[in-house]
Write a protein that binds this ligand. Structure first.
Ligand code: SAM
Length: 482
C-alpha cells in the first residue's frame, strides 16, 4: 500500500487515499472540539509584523477540522479571519480576466463536460488565427488585459503547436490602446517538453483542474481518452514546474465527489508543491458543476449548496493565505458578491464560454462549455465591484517584471503591497476608465481612484502614481507600472 509522503513525485503518495480518509475521520471526531477549533483559528489569524502581516496557513488536517465544524459562531469566526487574510495580503483589489475558448475538439470522454468525444450534435469548432485576432480585438475593446485560454484535448486538431501559435497571435494584437499582457493557459496535462514551450511562449499561470482527487471516481468520470490516466493528470503540475513554469493554478470541479474529500486532496496538493518546489500554487479555482449541452448537474450526486460553497472558500483562504483564489461566471452575481468577501482575489467578467463567442453580436450557445450564470457586461462587473468597495485591477506587472513563483510570494509577504500592487491596480483601472468605461462607471471609478491614491504610504510612489494617472487621462501613454 502507498505511504503518504508530500515530497514524493508519485500521485498515490502525495495525494494519498489513506491519509485523506484518516484526515476525514480526524475532522469528524473533532468537529465539535471547540478548544481545538479555537487553536486552529488562532493559528490561521494573520499576525502583524514590522513589515506588514504574516500568516501561518493550516495543514490539510487542521483545515479539514474547520470544514467539518458545524458550530455557527466558529463558522462566523472563520469568515471573519478569511476576510482579514484577504485584506492583509490582497487588500481590496480584485484582478479581472476573461476566458478565451480556442477549440472544442476533444478526444476525452469526461462525463461532466459537453465537449466529450461522444457528443456528436455540438458543432466542433477551432479558431483560425484570423478568428483568434477577431476574438482578441473584441476582448480588448471590452477592456480586458488578461486572458485564460481554454481548449479541449486533441493531439490532431489542437496540438501544442496550435496552442503556441494562438498565444503568439494573442500577444501580437494591439488594437487602439489595447493589448493582452498576460495569457494564462488551461489545457490538458502534457509533457515537460511542452510545458517548456509554453513557458518560452510567455504564458502566465498554467491552470489545470484536478476535477476530482478521488482516484476511483476519477477513473469512472474519465472512462476514455488520455485524461483517463489519473497519475499523469495528478503529476502534471510537477512536470509543469520541471518545464520552468513556476505559477501553477489548481482546482477541483465541485459536485463530482464528496467535497470534504476533494478539499483535503486540494490542500495536500498545495502542500506537495510547497514541499517539492518551495512554492505553493499561484491560484486555486473553485468551479462548480454546471448545466451544459448534454450535461445535467442533477445526474451527479455530490452537488453543494451555496452555504457549503462559502465555507469551502473560506477554509481554503485560511489554509493557503498566499494563494490567489478565482471565481468564474459559473456563479451568480449574489454568490460572487458573498465569496469576494471570503478570500476571492480574481474574477472573470463579460465571459463567453463558446468558441468564437466574443466576436459575435449575440451570445452564442451552440458551442458553449457551460451555462454562464453571470451574464453582465465587463463594464457592469467593474462598476458593481467598485460599488462594493473593491478595486477592479487589470494589473499584470508582477509577471512582466519577473515576480513569479516564490518572488511573487515574497512580495505578498513583504508588506509592500500598498506601495506596489495597490498603485498598479489604480493605474490599470484608470486605463480601463479612460479607454473603455461608460460615463457612469467612469464617474464611480475616478472617485475611487482619487480616494485610493491617498492610501499609498510611500510619498514618492504616491506622487509618481498620481502623475502617471494624469498622463493616462491626458494622453495615449499607457502601461505604467511599479
Ligand atoms: N481540456 C482541458 C482539461 O482537460 O483539463 C481544460 C479545459 S476545460 C475547457 C476547463 C474546465 O472546465 C475543466 O477542467 C472542467 O473542470 C470544467 N468543466 C467542464 N465541464 C463543466 C461543466 N459542465 N460545468 C462546469 N465546469 C465544467
Amino acid at each position: 500500500m502507498a505511504i503518504y509522503d508530500p515530497k514524493s513525485l508519485k500521485a498515490e503518495e502525495f495525494i494519498n487515499d489513506e491519509e485523506i480518509r484518516e484526515t476525514l475521520a480526524y475532522a469528524e471526531a473533532n468537529k465539535n472540539n471547540a478548544e481545538l477549533i479555537d487553536r486552529i483559528l488562532e493559528k490561521a489569524r494573520p499576525k502583524k509584523t514590522a513589515n506588514g502581516h504574516v500568516c501561518a496557513g493550516l495543514t490539510h488536517r487542521e483545515a479539514s477540522v474547520l470544514l467539518a465544524c458545524e458550530i455557527p459562531e466558529k463558522i462566523e469566526e472563520m469568515y471573519k479571519i478569511a476576510e482579514e487574510i484577504k485584506m492583509a495580503f490582497y487588500g481590496n483589489r480584485i484582478v479581472i480576466f476573461a476566458p478565451l475558448y480556442l477549440s472544442n475538439y476533444c478526444v476525452n470522454g469526461c462525463l461532466y463536460c459537453p465537449y466529450h468525444m461522444k457528443n456528436k450534435h455540438i458543432p466542433r469548432k477551432k479558431l483560425t488565427q484570423e478568428e483568434v485576432k477577431a476574438e482578441v480585438i473584441a476582448l480588448q475593446d471590452m477592456g480586458h488585459k488578461r486572458l485564460a485560454i481554454e481548449a479541449g484535448e486533441d493531439p490532431v486538431n489542437n496540438p501544442i503547436e496550435y496552442i503556441l501559435e494562438c498565444i503568439k497571435t494573442i500577444y501580437s494584437v494591439h488594437h487602439k490602446n489595447g493589448d493582452i499582457r498576460r495569457v494564462n493557459v488551461n489545457i490538458a496535462a502534457t509533457t515537460v517538453e511542452n510545458y517548456r514551450k509554453l513557458k518560452e511562449a510567455g504564458i502566465g499561470t498554467y491552470i489545470l483542474f484536478q476535477e476530482t482527487y478521488h482516484k476511483e471516481s476519477y477513473l469512472q468520470l474519465h472512462p476514455t481518452g488520455p485524461k483517463h490516466d489519473y497519475d499523469y493528470h495528478t503529476e502534471a503540475m510537477d512536470r509543469a514546474m520541471e518545464g520552468g513554469i513556476d505559477d501553477v493554478g489548481l482546482g477541483v470541479l465541485f459536485g463530482l465527489e464528496l467535497y470534504k474529500y476533494e478539499f483535503a486532496g486540494l490542500i495536500m496538493h498545495a502542500e506537495h508543491l510547497e514541499a517539492v518546489h518551495g512554492v505553493g500554487p499561484h491560484t486555486i479555482s473553485v468551479p462548480r458543476l454546471k448545466r451544459a449541452d448534454d450535461i445535467n448537474p442533477d445526474d451527479f450526486d455530490n452537488g453543494i449548496d451555496d452555504e457549503t460553497f462559502a465555507k469551502i472558500t473560506a477554509c481554503i483562504r485560511l489554509a493557503v493565505p498566499y494563494t490567489g483564489m478565482i471565481i468564474s461566471t459559473r456563479e451568480t452575481e449574489a454568490v460572487r458578491a458573498k465569496l469576494l468577501r471570503l478570500g476571492i482575489s480574481q474574477v472573470s467578467g463579460g465571459s463567453r464560454t463558446s468558441v468564437g463567442g466574443y466576436a459575435e453580436e449575440e451570445r452564442p450557445h451552440d458551442t458553449e462549455q457551460f451555462d454562464v450564470s453571470d451574464q453582465r457586461s465587463l463594464d457592469e462587473v467593474v462598476r458593481w465591484l467598485m460599488e462594493m468597495g473593491h478595486i477592479p485591477s487589470f494589473c499584470t506587472a508582477c509577471y512582466r517584471e519577473g515576480r513569479t513563483g516564490d518572488r511573487f510570494m515574497s512580495l505578498c509577504k513583504s508588506g509592500q503591497i500598498l506601495n506596489c500592487c495597490h498603485p498598479n491596480a489604480l493605474l490599470t483601472l484608470s486605463e480601463y476608465l479612460e479607454d473603455y468605461a461608460s460615463e457612469e462607471t467612469k464617474k464611480v471609478g475616478y472617485a475611487m481612484v482619487e480616494k485610493e491614491l491617498a492610501k499609498i504610504p510611500n510619498e514618492k510612489v504616491r506622487r509618481i502614481a498620481t502623475e502617471d494617472i494624469r498622463n493616462i487621462r491626458n494622453s495615449n501613454r499607457r502601461d505604467f507600472r511599479f
